[in-house]
Design a protein around this ligand. Structure first.
Ligand SMILES: *[C@@H]1O[C@H](CO)[C@@H](O)[C@H](O)[C@H]1NC(C)=O
Ligand SMILES: *[C@@H]1O[C@H](CO)[C@@H](O)[C@H](O)[C@H]1NC(C)=O
Length: 293
C-alpha cells in the first residue's frame, strides 16, 4: 500500500513544521514583568503576584506592594494597562508614576494616582508633576468610565517638547517644555524610573483624609498589564541623547497635540474637579506655566 512508504514520523515531522513555523516567524512575544520590572516592596508572592504578562498588587493591613522599572529613562512613551481595586476603597491609592532618585526633596516626578472612595462614589484620577521637588500641581478628574471595572491604558509621553498624560487615547494633562522661554518655567529633566504601587493614603486621599482605609474590606487588589518599554534608557551622563529626533516618541507626530487631541483635551479640562492653576486658596502663588498662553 502506498501509504506505508511514508513512515508515521515523517508525517509527524511534516505537521510539526507547519505548526511551529508560524510561531517562530510571528512577532516577538509580549514582554513579561521580569523583562523590564522588579518588585520594589511586597514581593513576597502574595502582595505582588507575578503571572508574567500580568501582575496584581494587593494591599492588606500587613503591607501594600510596589514595583519599579529596572532602568532609568530620559524620554519615552510610558504606558501601562491598569484595573484599580473595586468596591469600598476609601483611602486606597493606586499609582503609576515616573520618579527620579532620590525620591524626596529634589525629585522630578509624574504621577497618575487613583483615589479610592466609598461605595457608590466614583474613583478620582489625580495627576501631579514635580520638578526639583516642587509639586503642588494637582489636578483631579472624574473619569468617563469606572477604572475599577476593566483594564484601561494610561500613558505618559515625555519628550523635549512636552509631557502629555493619556487615558486611553485622550490627553488629560499637558505640560509644555517652556524652559528655554523665560525664567520660572519648570519641566522634568532628571532620569526617571517607571513605578507602580498600591498604598495607604488614609491621611489625604479621600474626603481630604476623613475617609480612611477600612481594613475590614481588605484585601484591595489592582491589576497591571503591558510591560514593554518604549523609552530611552539613561544614566545622568547619557540623558542628553534621549532627546534624539531618531527616537519615535521625539519625532514629528509627537511634538504637539493633533487638532482632535486638543479638542478632546479641552473637554477634559472643563471636567476637572480640581486644578492647581485656579485654586484661590493656595498659600503659594501658582507656578509660571499657569499664566502661559
Ligand atoms: C526642554 O527644552 C530645553 C530648551 O529647548 C532643552 O534644552 C531641554 O533638553 C528640554 N528638556 C528635556 C527633558 O528634554
Ligand atoms: C465631561 O462631563 C460630562 C458631564 O458629566 C460628560 O458627559 C463627559 O463625558 C465628560 N467628558 C470627559 C472628557 O470627561
Amino acid at each position: 500500500m502506498a501509504f506505508q512508504v511514508h513512515p508515521p514520523w515523517l508525517l509527524l515531522r511534516f505537521i510539526a513544521v507547519f505548526i511551529l513555523l508560524p510561531a517562530v516567524a510571528s512577532v516577538p512575544a509580549a514582554a513579561v514583568f521580569d523583562d523590564n520590572y522588579v518588585a520594589a516592596y511586597g514581593g513576597d508572592g502574595y502582595h505582588l503576584v507575578n503571572q508574567g504578562a500580568q501582575i496584581s498588587l494587593t494591599m492588606d493591613k500587613s503591607s501594600g506592594a510596589g514595583f519599579r522599572s529596572k532602568l532609568m529613562y530620559g524620554s519615552g512613551f510610558f504606558h501601562m494597562r491598569i484595573k484599580v481595586p473595586a468596591g469600598y476603597t476609601a483611602g486606597v491609592v493606586t499609582a503609576y508614576y515616573l520618579a527620579s532618585e532620590p525620591e524626596r526633596d529634589v525629585q522630578d516626578e509624574v504621577d497618575f494616582e487613583f483615589l479610592g472612595d466609598k461605595d457608590g462614589n466614583p474613583i478620582t484620577l489625580q495627576t501631579n508633576v514635580f520638578v526639583n521637588g516642587h509639586g503642588d500641581r494637582e489636578q483631579r478628574l472624574r473619569l468617563w468610565f469606572d477604572p475599577a471595572a476593566d483594564l484601561h491604558d494610561y500613558a505618559i509621553l515625555w519628550n523635549p517638547f512636552h509631557l502629555v498624560m493619556f487615558v486611553d487615547e485622550t490627553p488629560v494633562r499637558v505640560l509644555k517644555n517652556l524652559t528655554g522661554q523665560g525664567p520660572g518655567f519648570e519641566f522634568p529633566a532628571k532620569p526617571m524610573r517607571a513605578r507602580g504601587s498600591v498604598w495607604d493614603g488614609s491621611d489625604w486621599a479621600t474626603d481630604g483624609g476623613r475617609s480612611k482605609v477600612d481594613w475590614g474590606r481588605a484585601p484591595f487588589t489592582a491589576g497591571f498589564q503591558g510591560f514593554g518599554v518604549d523609552a530611552c534608557a539613561a544614566s545622568d551622563t547619557t540623558a542628553q541623547q534621549c532627546g534624539s529626533p531618531d527616537l519615535w516618541w521625539n519625532g514629528g507626530g509627537y511634538r504637539s497635540l493633533t487638532a482632535a487631541q486638543q479638542a478632546a483635551y479641552e473637554g477634559v479640562k472643563r471636567n476637572l474637579t480640581y486644578d492647581y492653576c485656579t485654586d484661590k486658596s493656595r498659600k503659594n502663588s501658582v507656578p509660571s506655566e499657569c499664566s502661559f498662553s
